[in-house]
Ligand binder design. Structure first.
Ligand code: SAM
Length: 240
């Protein structure tokens, strides 16, 4: 991911001590799909909140990675025994088919561009073994006036409906269903369900939880190229 919009590290470092993340983790469903011996990657782990949940469930082979060093510092202070790492671009995406499961919680929202999200999903497909589980939680487009106004205002600047700035200095994205569907099309959906969540800034918001399985198809670089994720659905994004 080369677009600075997809790597807003300075913001996440700045807020590392003050933000608390809240997306609920479905322990029962994860436990039914991923066994305790699994190697789990928590990508964009922040201060290790979901790594801590996994540890509490008995998953001992979890690695958390995040671009923000200060998030990782906070996580290490809270839970020194967890394996939390600052994302090193020279070592990412890393070994093919290494992980049994990948957790991606409120990370797509931080990666506003289509190409950034496509690249990340390609990289995740690369490190996930065939049959491995991808567990995503993120935010849908909202229908309230506050959100509709900012989607309209910032669509002109960023070219994608659902991308918006917060005055505190970060650009985020809420997701159109057609876009999410296209983005995840090479995974086999196990469950996609809507949930009500509270954002890091305390707003009640419609979100989703997705469990997908990596199939046996080809996931090499550019595997999304033929899926339409970057073109038709991208153009439709925000209109659903
Ligand atoms: C809203 S927080 C969620 C943290 C954690 N997943 C949770 O739910 O508790 C998003 C995290 O993603 C990280 N992040 C943003 N862009 C990223 C990128 N391009 N690569 C890796 N991590 C990123 C941020 O530093 C931040 O810690």
């Amino acid at each position: 991911m080369t677009d600075p919009l997809d790597n807003q590290t300075a913001y996440w470092d700045r807020v590392a001590e003050e933000k608390n993340f809240t997306l609920p983790f479905n322990k029962r469903r994860f436990g039914n799909l991923v066994d305790l011996e699994a190697k789990v990657l928590d990508f964009g782990c922040g201060y290790g909140r979901t790594c801590e949940i996994l540890d509490g469930l008995g998953y001992r082979k979890t690695t958390g990675m995040d671009i923000a060093e200060k998030m990782i510092d906070r996580g290490r202070k809270l839970n020194p025994h967890l394996d939390l790492r600052v994302l090193n671009p020279s070592q990412w995406p890393g070994r093919p088919a290494f992980y049994d499961a990948v957790v991606l919680f409120a990370v797509l929202t931080c990666i506003p561009t289509n190409i950034g999200q496509e690249t990340l999903l390609e990289q995740i497909a690369h490190v996930l073994r065939p049959g491995g589980i991808l567990y995503i939680s993120d935010f849908w487009l909202q229908a309230d006036d506050r959100n509709l106004n900012r989607y309209r205002v910032f669509e002109q600047k960023y070219g994608t409906y659902g991308v918006f700035e917060l005055p505190e200095g970060v650009v985020l994205r809420h997701h159109d269903r057609a876009w999410a569907h296209a983005l995840l099309s090479r995974f086999d959906t196990v469950v996609l369900e809507d949930i009500e969540v509270i954002t890091m800034n305390g707003h009640h918001t419609h979100g989703f939880q997705y469990f997908g399985r990596k199939g046996r198809g080809s996931y090499g670089p550019g595997y999304l190229a033929g899926s339409g994720a970057g073109d038709e659905a991208g153009r439709q994004a925000g209109r659903g």
